[in-house]
Design a protein around this ligand. Structure first.
Ligand code: UDX
Length: 439
């Protein structure tokens, strides 16, 4: 089948490449001419496992092409996926829908009769219906459907090629049948297909992200209680998660969530719920957000105590800059937020990250950045483990002892094996460990 994918950011690039890999003919469209030129040459704008190979293969086969013209897109296909960004508004917590609206309006000017516009962006509930009315005013028999994506950064290709579920919100049997046909290979591979109205489809995405964010904040709240009680949140999380009704995933205590989705999605959801008179129902999301932000503050104050009460004249090594391992993304990265606070309070900060240094440097110019772990730790009074990259599990703690000024480590992700560190003479601390906030 033929389709366009409008917006070649994270979601759009991955979706376009995966659809082409499934055998469809895809035209990727973006207003950014440089980005389109490099995509057409088979170069991905983001680092994502398997994406470069997939792009190169599908571009070479001719099934994936790129353009900057929506008019060309409208002539090329009758199915259009809208994958443009919906960031947090600069003036509040709601989602900024300017890109989605602009693309839909421009597309409507060129659409052929009977076209299907499928939104993939995360939007406030009611957006599809609103856009549907806007398009219908210009092209009477065009339809707007919604098909949220659930991909995670770092495993976006895998998540797109082997999704657990596909959710489509439609207003006609025709749209359902188009989307079902288009996703046939994924359904054959075992994805569960949910066809529903557009409002429900829009809500599934934000409800899923809210649940996951709540799970993380729940275990972080328990970490605070553990600190107060002298209990061990790591054992608690494992024992609580062993109940299959709860499950062990997304119960990793520590510095909390960041990235381009969770923080903005829960804020936008709360703002939208308020608008439609259901604010009270999701008021807990404000608390989820507050608990999450507090983990950054707790990490900074714990670190401050560990260096003797003030960061002035202290050297702090930061391990990890990206918002999570396996990604070079530093958007709303809890690690960089902590690094920034510590630097603001007077510490000399050196940051190590295996992949995100360029992005980190652009977002936060002050610290020194290095690809060398011992260099980051040179003469450090404190080492902060903030993004749990697998390489940090491989560190030989003995080799780092002569490098630092004081062998003190705060594992804000509660994921390093304490035994070798302590055996090597390190004073090792975590959030919600039995040594409490007083050590
Ligand atoms: C998330 C959703 O998982 C995905 O379905 C949605 O489409 C987009 O948002 P992503 O932002 O890539 O994906 O990251 P994810 O792997 O879900 O992690 C989010 C954040 O939570 C990270 O900062 C991670 O470090 C943190 N996290 C995760 C925890 O702090 N504890 C956990 O137990 C799990």
């Amino acid at each position: 089948m033929r389709m366009t994918v409008i917006g070649t950011g994270y979601v759009g690039t991955v979706h376009a490449a995966c659809m082409a890999a499934m055998g469809h003919e895809v035209l990727g469209i973006d207003v950014d001419a440089d980005r389109i030129a490099s995509l057409a040459a088979g170069r991905a704008p983001i680092r994502e496992a398997g994406l470069d190979e997939l792009l190169a293969r599908t571009v070479k086969s001719g099934r994936l092409r790129f353009s900057t013209s929506l008019a060309e897109g409208a002539a090329f296909a009758r199915t259009h996926f809208v994958c443009v960004g919906t960031p947090q508004r600069p003036d509040g917590e709601a989602a900024d829908l300017r890109c989605v609206d602009a693309v839909t309006d421009e597309l409507a000017r060129h659409l052929r009769p009977g076209s299907l516009v499928v939104g993939k962006s995360t939007v406030p509930v009611g957006t599809a219906a609103r856009l549907g009315r806007r398009i219908a005013a210009v092209v009477p028999d065009a339809e707007v459907a919604w098909n949220p994506e659930f991909l995670r950064e770092g495993s976006a290709v895998q998540d797109s090629m082997r999704p657990e579920r596909i959710v489509v919100g439609v207003t006609s049997a025709h749209a359902e049948s188009v989307l079902r046909t288009l996703y046939t290979p994924l359904l054959r591979a075992g994805a569960v297909f949910f066809s529903t109205d557009t409002a429900t489809a829009e809500l599934v995405k934000v409800a899923a992200n809210s649940f996951l964010a709540t799970k993380i904040s729940f275990i972080n709240a328990m970490a605070e209680v553990c600190d107060a009680a002298g209990a061990d949140v790591t054992v608690l999380a494992a024992a609580v998660g062993a109940d299959s009704r709860i499950g062990e995933l997304f119960l990793e205590p520590g510095l909390g969530f960041g990235g381009s989705c969770f923080p903005k999605d829960i804020r936008a959801f709360a703002a939208r719920a308020e608008e439609i008179g259901a604010g009270e129902a999701v008021a807990f999301l404000h608390e989820v957000d507050r608990i999450n932000t507090r983990q950054r503050e707790r990490t900074v104050s714990r670190a401050r105590r560990l260096v003797g009460g003030s960061f002035a004249d202290r050297r702090v090594a930061v391990l990890g800059a990206s918002f999570k391992p396996g990604s070079d993304d530093v958007r709303d990265s809890p690690s960089l937020a902590v690094a920034a606070s510590v630097a603001r309070e007077g510490a000399t900060v050196r940051v190590h990250d295996p992949q995100a240094l360029d992005n980190a440097r652009a977002a936060l110019p002050d610290p020194t950045y290095t690809l060398d772990i011992p260099k980051a730790c040179e003469q450090a009074d404190l080492v902060l483990h903030l993004t749990p990259w697998p390489e940090y599990q491989q560190i030989d703690p003995r080799a780092l002892v002569p490098v630092v000024r004081h062998p003190v480590l705060l594992d804000a992700r509660n994921s390093l094996d304490a035994r070798p560190w302590r055996a090597a003479g390190w004073s090792l601390h975590a959030l919600g460990d039995p040594t409490g906030g007083t050590s």
